[in-house]
Design a protein around this ligand. Structure first.
Ligand SMILES: [Zn+2]
Ligand SMILES: [Zn+2]
Length: 194
């Protein structure tokens, strides 16, 4: 039985808005077969699937926290997966993969990290404690501060190849200063030679 124009219009609207045949049929008191026929004749694809009912109600930060385990010295170990290639702590939330440390950083700082995240504590191999995470700028600042404390801060304005200290100076975890640009150039030279 063809629908009257008003019902047909309302059905078209419901279907384009993502209603299932069942929901549209119930709303308009028509049968599901009619709704299905109209869907086909209007060229409207199937209704989008609703999210799985077992979808975690946790936020990505909360999910990460369920996988952290307190360890001695205020560190935290990771009870989730690690990548086979380099042991990076990862987890999946709502079909997306995250690294534990980027989310740990977000938990502590309330923003996304810039560059990659490392544990700037005495357990850099495995620690994922949010308070121990630093991103690129934070790491540079923390190591520069350490260099000053340990008396290793350089007073030179540039390295021996003329790279300005202010832009190019980097630090090892123990606060030892080095020229980031020379380091990158040397690495590049080794790659070319090798
Ligand atoms: Zn730590
Ligand atoms: Zn240099």
């Amino acid at each position: 039985m063809p629908l009257d124009q008003e019902t047909a219009d309302r059905l078209a609207t419901l279907l384009t808005q993502g209603a299932t045949n069942r929901a549209a049929a119930a709303a308009l008191s028509i049968d599901r077969g009619t709704a299905a026929r109209y869907r086909a004749s209007l060229g409207i694809g199937p209704a989008p699937k609703r999210p799985a009912p077992n979808r975690s109600p946790l936020t990505v930060e909360q999910k990460a926290m369920t996988l952290m385990r307190p360890a001695k010295g205020g560190h935290m170990s990771w009870a989730g997966r690690r990548t086979k290639s380099n042991g990076t702590a990862t987890f999946t939330h709502h079909e997306r993969t995250y690294t534990a440390r980027s989310i740990a950083f977000r938990i502590a700082k309330g923003r996304d990290p810039v560059g990659y995240v490392t544990a700037e504590c005495d357990q850099p191999e495995w620690c994922v404690a949010p308070d121990h995470m630093e991103d690129e700028p934070g790491r540079k600042a923390a190591r520069a501060a350490l260099a000053i404390v340990t008396g290793r801060a350089t007073t030179l304005a540039e390295c021996n190849r003329g790279h300005a200290t202010a832009q190019h100076r980097k630090y090892l975890p123990d606060g030892s200063p080095y020229c980031g640009t020379c380091h990158a150039e040397n690495k590049q030279a080794r790659r070319v030679a090798g």
